[in-house]
Ligand binder design. Structure first.
Ligand code: ATP
Ligand code: MG
Length: 251
C-alpha cells in the first residue's frame, strides 16, 4: 500500500537545516493499522505530511498503491488534531463538505451522509455548529467527514489527545471498529503507549535525534480482540514499547 524509499526531508531554518529523515524507508501493507510513537519533535507529523503529499521529500520517493505521491491524493484522508472544522457550518454541512466541493448532487450523497452521521452518533446534533459541540463530538464530525470520501488510507495526527479518558476510550473503540469493518489502511500518531497498543496492528517507535530512526517495529497480532486491554499480552506489549521509549529520551 505504502512504500517509502530512501526518503530525505530537511527543514530549512535561515542558514541552518533540520534534518528529520535521512534515507528513511518503510513499507506498509494494505489493511495495516500503523501507529507512530516517539519523543516530541522526532518527526511523526512530518511523516504524515509526507504521506498526505503536503510536503515533498528532498530525496527518495513515496509511492501509494504503486503511484508516486507528488501532491494530495483523492483517496487519502487526513485528520488533524484541531479537527479542521469550519465554524460557520453546522454538523451536517461540515460532514458533507468534501462531497459538496466535488460537486456531487445532494440526492446522491444524502443517504451516505445520513448513514455515517448515524454511525458516529451525531444525529442529535445535526444542526449544531462546532462551537456548540464537545471535543469528542467535534472529533467524530472530523472522522465522519473523512469517511464520506471513502478513503483507502486514513492518516490521523493525535486525533484523540484532547479528550477526557472515557470519551477517548469510546472513540478508540470506534476507530477500531471502522478499521476492522472497512479494512482501511490507517496511520495514526499518538503519544499514548496504551493507545498505540490498543489501536496498532503494528507499532513503529521512532527515536529522538535529527535525523530520526526506527527504534522498534513491533507487530501486535492480538489487536482488536475483545478485552485485549485486560490481558497479560497487552501489558507485555505496553511494557516493551515503554522500555524502548525510556531507552531513548521521552518527550
Ligand atoms: N516548518 C518547520 N520549519 C523548521 N523546522 C520544523 C518545521 N516543522 C517541524 N520542524 C522540526 O522538525 C522536527 C520534527 O517535527 P514534527 O512536527 O514532525 O515532530 P513530531 O514528532 O510530530 O512532534 P510532536 O510529538 O511534538 O508533535 C522538529 O524538530 C521540529 O522542530
Ligand atoms: Mg506532531
Amino acid at each position: 500500500m505504502i512504500e517509502i524509499s530512501h526518503c530525505d526531508l530537511a527543514y530549512v531554518l535561515g542558514a541552518s537545516q533540520v534534518k528529520v529523515y535521512d534515507k528513511f524507508s518503510l513499507k506498509v501493507e494494505q489493511g495495516e493499522s500503523l501507529v507512530l510513537i516517539g519523543p516530541s519533535g522526532c518527526g511523526k507529523s512530518t511523516l504524515l505530511y509526507l504521506l498526505a503529499g503536503l510536503l515533498q521529500p528532498t530525496g527518495g520517493e513515496i509511492n501509494i498503491r504503486g503511484e508516486r505521491v507528488i501532491g494530495t491524493r483523492q483517496k487519502t484522508a487526513f485528520i488533524l488534531q484541531e479537527y479542521g472544522l469550519f465554524p460557520w457550518l453546522n454538523v451536517e454541512q461540515n460532514v458533507s463538505l468534501g462531497l459538496r466541493v466535488r460537486h456531487m448532487p445532494k440526492k446522491i450523497y444524502q443517504e451516505a451522509v445520513s448513514e455515517i452521521i448515524h454511525k458516529m452518533g451525531l444525529w442529535d446534533v445535526l444542526h449544531h455548529f462546532p462551537s456548540q459541540l464537545s471535543g469528542g463530538q467535534r472529533q467524530r464530525v472530523a472522522l465522519a467527514r473523512a469517511l464520506t470520501l471513502n478513503p483507502d488510507l486514513l492518516l490521523m495526527d493525535e486525533p484523540l489527545s484532547a479528550l477526557d479518558a472515557l470519551t477517548r476510550e469510546r472513540l478508540q473503540k470506534l476507530l477500531l471498529e471502522i478499521w476492522q469493518d472497512q479494512k482501511l489502511t490507517t496511520v495514526l500518531v499518538t503519544h499514548s503507549i496504551e493507545e498505540a497498543v490498543f489501536l496498532g496492528s503494528r507499532i513503529l517507535v521512532l527515536a529522538d535525534g535529527r535525523p530520526t530512526h526506527v527504534m522498534g517495529d513491533i507487530l501486535n497480532p492480538l489487536v482488536g480482540q475483545s478485552s485485549y486491554r485486560r490481558t497479560p499480552e497487552f501489558f507485555q506489549k505496553t511494557s516493551y514499547v515503554r522500555s524502548l521509549l525510556e531507552g531513548g529520551k521521552v518527550g
